[in-house]
Design a protein around this ligand. Structure first.
Ligand code: HSE
Length: 355
């Protein structure tokens, strides 16, 4: 193995993402043009007064996110990747600056981006050259639904599923995430097992270039665990068929140019998660039903982004008018403020560039 402490500099960029897109609960994800960025430098260790580890952070969460390697989600993910590959510590002296423009806890894949960036960081620090398919396995050991991480890693509009695992693989994946990290961060336990190969499978779907994503972001957080806890364990067959029919149509309809607004709007309806999450997001049904392609030229479809509370509207034009109407409905019915961003779908996914 080459010298892992050799001085070098690189930048990792992991995009934010939206998941579900209406009927595709835990299946569909789209990577969007807002990037978590890590500027990483392994310094020359022979210079005096260099700290072994220095981490700085700007942007969303700057006042709250821990900056010690064993506690920060990005660095502890990198440590997990390194330990699983028998590398017991970070290279040093190591300097990392994180810039995060992705709002936390809003359904825009902030933790997915952190996990993907952490896996890419572990890969680069350990000079592992894993390749993205293998990196996806590591991401899925930490974030157990593939929609956000597959999109953030691979880029574009992505459908994914988890492979059914045999008993040996199940044993590895059933280790709780906290234990995976504890083994690593207390530095005493054995190396964690490497993930089974090919846990996640994905396919890139076509995306019509003229479609942009409007993210209407409420100024409060909803924890994904809480948004999953309100969902039922069992569904009626008619609701599952309702979603499957729309999901199949949507995966092709969003790649067709020019986009068919009526087809897409109806294909973005959902009966699996949104109806249950309205208790957590006052005004959700009002926003979803009051903004239609008939009323707003350019609108294609509207849904909850991931586990919420952000609303995702897909549109070809009229972005500001659509966003302002959604914000006005939330203000009137829910009594809270939002902001919005008009985002592009990005093709590259996560990148690591040597500087
Ligand atoms: N699909 C997940 C959910 C969100 O809606 O709970 C992100 O993975």
């Amino acid at each position: 193995m080459s010298d892992l402490n050799a001085p070098r500099k690189f930048r990792i960029k992991a995009p934010c993402s939206t998941a579900n897109i209406g009927p595709g609960f835990d299946v569909l994800g789209i990577s969007l043009s807002l990037y978590l960025t890590l500027d990483v430098e392994i310094l020359d260790g022979s210079q005096p007064n260099t700290k072994d580890f220095e981490m700085t952070y700007s942007g969303e969460g700057a006042n709250d996110v821990p900056l010690i390697p064993e506690k920060n989600l990005i660095t502890k993910t990198a440590l997990y990747v390194l330990h699983a590959n028998s590398i017991k510590s970070l290279p040093k002296p190591l300097k990392i600056h994180v810039h995060n423009p992705i709002p936390l806890g809003r359904g825009l894949g902030s933790s997915g981006a952190a996990v993907v960036a952490g896996v890419a960081l572990g890969d680069a620090l350990g000079q592992l050259n894993m390749g993205k398919d293998r990196m996806l396995d590591y991401c899925l050991m930490i974030e157990r639904h593939p929609d956000n991480v597959a999109a953030a890693l691979m880029g574009g509009f992505v459908a994914s599923y988890l492979r059914e695992l045999d008993a040996a693989d199940l044993e590895i994946t059933s280790i709780p995430v906290s234990e995976t990290f504890d083994n690593v961060t207390n530095g005493t336990g054995p190396a964690p097992p490497q993930p089974p190969r090919g846990i996640g499978h994905f396919v890139r779907l076509g995306w019509a270039k003229e479609i942009k994503a409007i993210a209407i972001v409420p100024k409060f957080e909803v924890a994904t665990a809480k948004a999953r806890a309100v969902l039922p364990n069992n569904y009626e067959r008619k609701d599952i068929v309702f979603n499957l029919q729309r999901l199949a149509v949507l995966t092709t309809a969003l790649g067709r140019s020019p986009p068919d607004a009526d087809l897409i709007y109806n294909a973005m309806q959902d009966k699996i998660h949104q109806p249950y999450r309205k208790t957590l997001i006052p005004g959700l049904p009002d926003v979803l039903t009051s903004i239609t392609p008939q009323k707003y030229d350019g609108l294609l479809g509207i849904c909850l982004s991931g586990a919420g509370p952000t609303i995702l509207a897909l549109a070809t034009h009229n972005f500001d008018t659509i966003a302002e109407e959604a914000m006005a409905v939330f203000k009137k019915v829910g009594g809270f403020d939002c902001f919005y961003e008009v985002l592009d779908v990005v093709e590259d996914g996560t990148t690591c560039t040597y500087l």
